[in-house]
Design a protein around this ligand. Structure first.
Ligand code: C2E
Ligand code: CA
Ligand code: CA
Ligand code: CA
Length: 278
């Protein structure tokens, strides 16, 4: 949107054009979505490739808007960040994910870990460790069953990221680097962070059997994880061929449509409920 020239009218301000109105509408609806129970969490299984065993789930936020239909997180998470709504939303996600894990525990479905995505705004405010501690206390969840996923850009764009991440580590929660390989973090940086898991970005997995570069990158990440003693999980695994490739190169964990789509909690329980506590 551009200003309409020197003698344009005040009511043609840039925020009042079609795009601006659309965004304003989205913003208004999003702010009310939480209290109207339009927001929910889908859970995508993470599995051990050779055994098919469930090792964890990733919580992925969903918005069913009566006015707009299904809105994807790629659309409303950046908006939530822009309008200062992400902390409220992020805290709800954290609470709900932890509550769900205890619900499954009580129902006899043992999901070892729950992974929750963090946005930059949540980390750089500080105080996140306090919130995480409170949620764990209230849900009585052992800290090691919660894994927080941060992207490289979240880390690089947060002043004091190292401090905040150390605070989270001190509580005992696990940390995963999401979309690994797409950002620009240095390996030296990685070495200093108390990270347990690398998630190979879906973009490298997609063409693994046809693109030599992607193949090389995936192998390099697996090797890096091995030498740094980190768990490596591949995301976006859609074919048996991709899974076989990963296994052949020493990556034993995966997440993707080959195993399951992100599912509502009841559906996850129905499909994975036969896996009981070891
Ligand atoms: P992400 O964290 O990288 O999540 C993985 C995305 O890949 C999810 O998209 C998931 O549905 C999709 N996916 C999983 N397996 C496959 C597959 O085999 N093939 C393909 N093509 N896609 C697959 P989704 O749920 O639309 O989420 C998009 C992004 O939104 C997430 O990317 C994450 O960055 C963000 N997001 C989602 N939930 C939250 C949340 O609670 N908080 C924050 N801060 N961000 C979230
Ligand atoms: Ca993620
Ligand atoms: Ca990811
Ligand atoms: Ca992503």
């Amino acid at each position: 949107a551009k200003a309409r020239g020197r003698n344009g009218y005040a009511f043609y301000a840039p925020s009042m054009d079609g795009e601006g109105l659309e965004r304003l509408r989205l913003e208004t609806l999003l702010r009310r979505a939480l209290e109207k129970n339009e927001i929910w969490l889908a859970y995508q299984p993470q599995v051990e490739i050779d055994s098919g065993r469930l090792i964890g789930v990733e919580a992925l936020v969903r918005w069913n808007s009566p006015e707009l239909g299904q809105v994807g997180p790629d659309r409303f998470i950046p908006l939530a960040e822009d309008i200062g709504f992400i902390n409220q939303l992020g805290e709800w996600v954290l609470e709900e994910a932890c509550r769900q894990l205890t619900r499954w525990d009580q129902a006899g479905l043992y999901v070892p870990k729950i992974a929750v995505n963090l946005s930059a705004r949540q980390l750089d405010r500080g105080g996140l460790a306090g919130t995480v501690e409170r949620v764990l206390r209230e849900t009585r969840l052992p800290a090691h069953r919660l894994q927080l996923e941060v992207t490289e850009s979240v880390i690089m764009n947060t002043g004091d990221a190292m401090q905040y991440i150390n605070d989270l580590h001190a509580i005992g929660v696990e940390l995963a680097i999401d979309d690994f390989g797409t950002g620009y973090s240095s390996l030296a940086y990685l070495k200093q962070l108390p990270v347990q898991t690398l998630k190979i970005d879906r973009s490298f997995i997609k063409d693994i059997s046809t693109d030599a570069n992607d193949e090389a990158i995936a192998i390099a990440i697996i090797q890096l994880g091995k030498s740094m003693n980190l768990a490596v999980i591949a995301e976006g695994v859609e074919t048996g061929e991709q899974a076989a490739f990963l296994l052949r190169h020493g990556c034993r964990r995966a997440q993707g449509y080959l195993y399951a789509r992100p599912l509502p909690p009841a559906q996850l329980q129905a499909q994975w409920g036969h896996q009981h506590h070891a």
